[in-house]
Ligand binder design. Structure first.
Ligand code: SIN
Length: 529
């Protein structure tokens, strides 16, 4: 049996921990704040699965592939859609009480789904219900939990991961492990406006990259079209549009109909860009989400969390449209894995938003993220006894090279690792300022990108260096700087618009156009070497 270190306390990490402990492994979960503080508990919309009459695995698969704009890995999507229903039933066994009506489980509709197939709990607090059930399950199992303990770096010996360096409350410590599972979530904090909590600083992806694991598709950042334009930009779930709310500009005119026949339920990248553009046309002021037709009773019953968030920000959304803006929401890219969560580094697994399994392509289908976490964490837990299948790493990278961008380097020596493109340090470097980095990324590597803007971002990033790591904030800033450079490098290399990556210098909306081999890019560190 293996000593397994799971980094992260959201659905992906806790699922892996529960299953690994059940298989007899010795499991320790570390999380940099408290178990419940990750992104999972903020997930509102729900979890998608082909569970209902009139739906099928093939329909869910087709919707996922279409949203992914030709860049999904079809084998991974098949696994997701086929195994999804069983994982949802597992959640019910873990104690998640999905909402039920008179005829059984209720199901919602969200953008780009051809069927209503989204299960939800507590109306709009699905993530919180899942997190609570998994935390309770973990607390009842033989799983060690260390809170306020942050991943700094992976420890490598003879080319394989043998543990991790952590920042514990008592200071830096090294924890040995036969397998390390990264379940560290996303990197929304790269951007000035995000729906993510402030723990989402991409720690696992940055550490994996520094250790030499391949990462891919970092240019594909999903911007959610409807965050409340109020401090903290809280998410207003797509499910609200699924129930019939519409987007209007400041003159009260509905604008999505002229953009896409699917209007407010077009794929998320299309709606987000349309909101962004309409905001630009009206001097940067927010557009509005009009949910008034749904009525006060329905809104407070179906969306209690959102109802409270709107009221806390001073809005009564049942009587007037509320101001909204796009915000960074989800990282489609991450650490490249095979179908069992194995990365290109023996001994290292990645699950959940930190992983690049291939299911999301260039644009994730709504409510597939909780599902991906459950499905692939389950598979990773089963593969833990076999963490060094030597062919898997190379095979995973080759598979992903066909459909996405892959960034690799092989150095494990942080001081001598090759510079990223654009990261040759000018003489006058200064320490990175998180606020400035977030503004830079928002303006130049956000919803719309250009060669010029990305080059400017790359130059600015090259002028910053990471602080010495003495506390959590420094460690996060180092990770954000590494990820910003990687994201900008990947966005520079992908010259065509596709999915969530939109280049105004290649302005056609290539939503369903697969990229051919000539467009496959390796924003190579080799280029800079
Ligand atoms: C939402 O509820 O709109 C977000 C769901 C998701 O990101 O999948």
């Amino acid at each position: 049996m293996a000593r397994v270190l799971v980094v992260g306390g959201g659905i992906a990490g806790l699922w892996t921990a529960v299953r690994a402990a059940g298989a007899g492994h010795e499991v320790e979960v570390v999380t940099k704040t408290e178990l419940v503080d990750g992104s999972t508990r903020h997930a509102q919309g729900g979890i998608a699965a082909a569970l209902f009459p009139g739906d099928s695995v093939d329909r869910h698969l087709a919707d996922t592939l279409a949203a992914g704009a030709g860049l999904c890995d079809p084998a991974a999507v098949r696994v997701l859609c086929e195994e999804g229903p069983a994982r949802v039933r597992d959640l019910i066994r873990f104690g998640v009480a999905f909402d039920r009506g008179e005829s059984g489980l209720e199901r919602g509709l969200e953008a780009a789904h051809s069927r209503a197939r989204i299960l939800h709990a507590g109306g709009d607090s699905t993530g919180a219900a899942i997190e609570a059930a998994l935390v309770a399950t973990v607390r009842n199992r033989a799983v060690g939990v260390q809170e306020h303990t942050m991943l700094l770096d992976l420890v490598i010996e003879a080319g394989r991961v043998v543990g991790a360096r952590l920042l514990a409350p008592s200071g830096p410590v090294e924890m040995p492990a036969d397998a390390v599972v990264l379940a560290t979530g996303g990197s929304g904090c790269l951007y000035r406006h995000t729906t993510n909590p402030d723990v989402a600083t991409g720690d696992g992806v940055a550490a994996a990259w520094r250790a030499g694991a391949a990462v891919a598709d970092l240019e594909f950042i999903q911007f959610h079209p409807t965050a409340l334009a109020a401090p903290g930009t809280p998410l207003i779930s797509e499910a609200v549009r699924g129930e019939g709310a519409v987007l209007v500009d400041e003159r009260g005119e509905r604008f999505m109909l002229e953009v896409d026949a699917r209007a407010e339920l077009a794929p998320r990248d299309i709606v987000a860009r349309a909101v962004w553009r309409r905001m630009a046309e009206q001097g940067g002021r927010p557009v509005r989400l009009d949910a008034t037709a749904l009525g006060a009773d329905f809104l407070s019953e179906r969306f209690p969390t959102l109802d409270a968030a709107c009221r806390a920000a001073g809005y009564d959304w049942s009587s007037a449209p509320v101001p909204i803006t796009p915000a960074a929401h989800y990282a489609m890219g991450g650490v490249v894995t095979d179908l069992d969560g194995r990365t290109t580094l023996p001994g290292l697994f990645a699950v959940g938003e930190a992983a690049r399994t291939g299911v999301h392509g260039a644009n994730r289908l709504a409510s597939n993220s909780l599902l991906e976490a459950a499905v692939f964490a389950d598979r990773a837990a089963r593969a833990l006894g076999d963490p060094v299948r030597s062919s898997s790493g190379a095979a995973a990278v080759d598979a992903h090279r066909d459909v996405g961008s892959v960034l690799e380097h092989r150095s494990t020596d942080l001081d001598t690792r090759p510079a990223l493109p654009g990261a040759t340090r000018p003489p006058n470097v200064s320490f990175v300022d998180r606020g400035e980095l977030q503004t830079l990324m928002w303006e130049h590597a956000g919803l719309e990108r250009s060669a010029e803007g990305l080059a400017a971002a790359s130059d600015r990033l090259a002028g910053w260096r990471a602080p010495a790591v003495v506390d959590r904030r420094n460690a996060e800033d180092r990770n954000l700087l590494d990820l910003a450079r990687l994201t900008v490098a990947a966005a520079i290399a992908r010259r065509s618009s596709v999915g969530a990556h939109y280049r105004i210098d290649d302005p056609h909306d290539a939503v369903t156009r697969p990229l051919g081999p000539s467009a496959v890019t390796t924003p190579a560190l080799e280029e800079a070497a």
